[in-house]
Ligand binder design. Sequence first.
Ligand code: SRM
Ligand code: SF4
Length: 565
Amino acid sequence: MRATSTEMSDKTALSEAEQVKLASRHLRGGIAAGLLDPVTGGLSEADKSLLKFHGSYQQDDRDLRDERRLQKLEPAHQFMIRTRLPGGVCTPKQWLALDALARDYGSGSLRITTRQTLQLHGVIKSDLKKTIAGMNAALVDTVATCGDVNRNVIASPNPVESSAHAAVHAWAVRLSERLRPKTRAYYEIWLDEQPVAGTPESEPLYGESYLPRKFKIAIAVPPVNDVDVFAHDLGFIAILAGNVLLGFNVLVGGGMGATHGDPATYPRLASVIGFVPPERLIEVAEQVLLIQRDYGDRRDRKHARLKYTIDDRGLEWFRGELQQRLRHPLAPPRPYKFQHNGDRYGWAEGADGCWHLTLHIEAGRLTDRPGQPQLTGLREIARVHSGDFRLTPNQNIIVAGVEAGARGAIDALVERHGLDGYLRASAVRRHALACVALPTCGLAMAEAERYLPDFLAKIEQGLDRHGLLQAPILIRLSGCPNGCSRPYLGEIALVGKAPGRYNLMLGADFSGQRLNRLHRENVTEEEILAALDPLFARYAGERMPEERFGDFLLRAGMLPPGKTA
Ligand code: SRM
Ligand code: SF4
């Protein structure tokens, strides 16, 4: 039997993050005391990393960094809080609570993420506990939305096949509950639960040092790959016969993150390894997670995701290890076909006779802008809506479960609050994603969310020149190579290198099944637009009927061979 990573590494070889976890008393560390320290607006380094497991990141406003440094002030510390909403479902009551917290304690915006949940930014330390407690009062927690554990489980928000949506959503909730850490630290720190004296706590699944790195699960329902199922550590593709869920194909080892200039890090598409009936989904998920717990690299965090565990040891090794741990072998994968990985906008009637309205939210940011009070608009909708909200993995929102007779009232609110962009936006704009990046993300090397509107306007001009304005091309912007907007699955992607400079990646397909490739390195906007213009011209003139931009670039031999990041 091969040695596990924990057996292989003596304690001193473990990364610092591993040592912090081990010493944390199941994620308690010094967080509770740190929150009360009035001398600083931040937490200690160790507590910052433990805080992530509770769903929050310490950040600072990077727009103010230089000025504060000159004034010899500590950075403008603030906290981002990420909610846990498996499958992206949120009730109107929960929405109203989160909206109020964002306005009372946050920066006055809600941010829909690429993992179907909401983030509040800009919460100061003295408000952190009441904000998290306020979320819990509305039955929304933030447990394990960050940190080295299983993250928010995402699932197709499918607004049409209602029964398929209900089934995959139920599985997302079950997986999320089952793979949740069991420590009571969260309840003690944020909700004042009294520690139980004398009862030794244990983490039956995770053990003392949790996972070597974050772990992500997605469930897709073909023909729509809206979750980008190949980008996750563990993916499930629902196999349906009519309305009946037969089971899931199982995929392992996907991931996007890379580091510039480090070829040992790379995006990887998950490999399809088999099929399981629904009742064995949890068993398979647990065992995949446990293999990663036991064999993932605990010395080098850049090499600690499941994709590297699999590539280091081989997919056959992984398959064998999994089979050995399962009660029954996996069956061979079943056929499936994806058509696209974007959202379907506008009203759609569900199989249950209810109506679902998918709205386009640019880069997922809901705030009140002049002429576009979108945060207020969603609040007004939540006040009258009797269905639920579904956040999509493409940073959009579905007003779901609307009675036919209530559509008019929802449409009026949508129009009044500038939420009707989906009716007018160009195809390229409707399909674009951008990660948060500046000013809150500590890892951003370049702008993404704030740059997206301007960049798209220029791209639209370029496409218009070639009669391509309504060509649905997938554009993704990330402020650094970590890949939070899943940029390596964009037909066109910008990956931040430095302020105003990006790597231009081209040639993914339109259904999240092929990675793009590096076309130009470290280029400015002017160079990007100049590089794209001749490609748009050739696409306009030479494409085959229905041929997508990425597929065309590949067929026309306009991509460099094989190089991906
Ligand atoms: Fe991400 C780190 C934002 C989805 C890969 N991500 C971060 C942090 C927390 C920066 C940090 O560690 O200090 C960013 C906070 C920015 C801010 O101010 O809010 C951040 N990631 C986001 C979000 C909000 C992007 C968005 O615009 O929606 C997404 C939140 C998801 C959620 O709700 O849980 C988000 N991040 C992703 C995805 C896409 C996905 O999961 O489908 C990826 C690529 C998939 C993957 O994990 O491989 C992703 N984020 C990363 C990485 C690189 C991980 C790696 O394996 O190398 C980091 C950096 C890290 O972990 O060290 C990172
Ligand atoms: Fe920050 Fe980079 Fe993720 Fe963008 S891709 S949010 S810049 S970590």
